[in-house]
Design a protein around this ligand. Structure first.
Ligand code: KG4
Ligand code: ZN
Length: 338
């Protein structure tokens, strides 16, 4: 009997669904919400409404593309949290109703763990234990992954996430949301050594990104006073310098974590892992430190249903099922497991 999992993701601004058959991801249907662009960030109310509009079609497309009927499904995996409550409720309620109607189990998926489990969609698969730099719009973590189930957070951000630093930095410069790809685009032709920003003082494996964001704010304010056209004239150099700084804050901690643990299997995951300059630097560092690096395809870095379907397959085999009385958890904890 085949294990056929429908994965549903609706934690933020992507409505996505995917089918996984016996551990093979068949597709990854994503409806991205462009409505947030002009607001400089995700507007929760608008995200919920867009999920409501998209979810039925997205799920139907995933089933159709995999030539699967509802009655073929073994279980439904769904993002339970962390994320925006209103956004989670849409995917979660839909998944629960469908599971009830089909009389099949639901599988609760932790959003950040599913970013990590995206590494099991395609080969090469990292060897255990590996370190995963898990970087998104809401989280920044270094995770020691002992197995697909047992994961320990070694360090995380004390304030903003790195994706937030990209997004808020972009907003300060007047770019649309999401800011990461915008900053990356301008940074390509800029001088990364032109401007300096505040250095975080945290010495352990934790991160802090609120200082650099404030540093950019004051830097722009001071320059705009004398030259109202400062951003337009220096856009590429500001973006390149700011991006360089954010990336170096990430790589410094990753090097430290690798040194402290002696682990040389190094992975990155989450939306910010789509950043091309970071991907290049991870490869260069791997050469320098003899790491084996694992970098997911772009579509498996930003939010997607495929990582949820893959997680569902792993949990199904582990007999880890949810209940129809479970609820979405906007602040779902990571639960370190030894
Ligand atoms: O994982 P994700 O899609 O959603 C969350 O779980 O938050 O990550 C979204 C974050 C946003 O902050 C976005 O600006 C950032 O990932 N991002 C990038 C790039 N693509 C997306 N940051 C830097 N460079 C990129 N190319
Ligand atoms: Zn995410």
């Amino acid at each position: 009997m085949k294990i056929i999992i429908l994965g549903i993701e609706s934690s933020c601004d992507e409505t996505s669904a995917s089918i996984c058959i016996d551990g093979k991801v068949m597709n990854n249907i994503i409806a991205t919400q462009s409505i947030h662009e002009e607001y400089g960030g995700v507007v929760p109310e608008l995200a919920s409404r867009a999920h409501q509009k998209n979810i039925v079609l997205v799920v139907e497309s995933a089933l159709k593309a995999a030539k699967v009927e509802f009655s073929d499904l073994s279980a439904i995996a769904v993002t339970q949290g962390p994320g925006l409550l209103g956004a989670l409720i849409v995917g979660y309620s839909y998944a629960k109703s469908l599971a009830f109607a089909l009389n099949i189990p639901i599988i609760n998926v932790h959003h950040m763990k599913s970013h990590i489990l995206a590494h099991f969609i395609e080969t090469p698969i990292p060897k255990f234990p590996f370190l995963c730099l898990t970087i998104s719009g809401g989280h920044t973590q270094i995770v020691k992954v002992n197995s697909t189930i047992k994961m320990n957070v070694l360090g995380s951000t004390k304030d903003d996430a790195v994706g937030e630093a990209f997004d808020k930095g972009a907003k300060l410069m007047g770019f649309p949301y999401p800011g990461g790809p915008q900053i990356e685009k301008y940074a390509i032709s800029g001088n990364p050594d032109k401007f300096l920003f505040a250095e975080s003082q945290i010495t352990d494996l934790n991160f802090s990104f609120s200082g650099i964001k404030t540093s950019l704010l004051y830097f722009l304010r001071d320059h705009l006073k004398h030259s109202p056209d400062f951003i337009n004239k220096n856009r590429e150099d500001i973006c390149a310098s700011y991006q360089k700084h954010l990336i170096s804050m990430l790589t410094k901690k990753l090097i430290l974590a690798a040194q402290k643990t002696g682990i040389k299997e190094i992975a990155i995951a989450g939306g910010v892992a789509a950043n091309k300059e970071l991907r290049i630097q991870i490869k260069q560092l791997s050469h320098k430190y003899q790491w084996n690096n694992y970098i997911p395809r772009f579509e498996y870095c930003t939010d997607n249903g495929a990582m949820v379907a893959m997680s569902g397959y792993i949990y199904f085999k582990n007999k880890s099922f949810g209940h129809l009385t479970d609820t979405p958890q906007p602040r779902m904890s990571f639960e370190n497991e030894k």
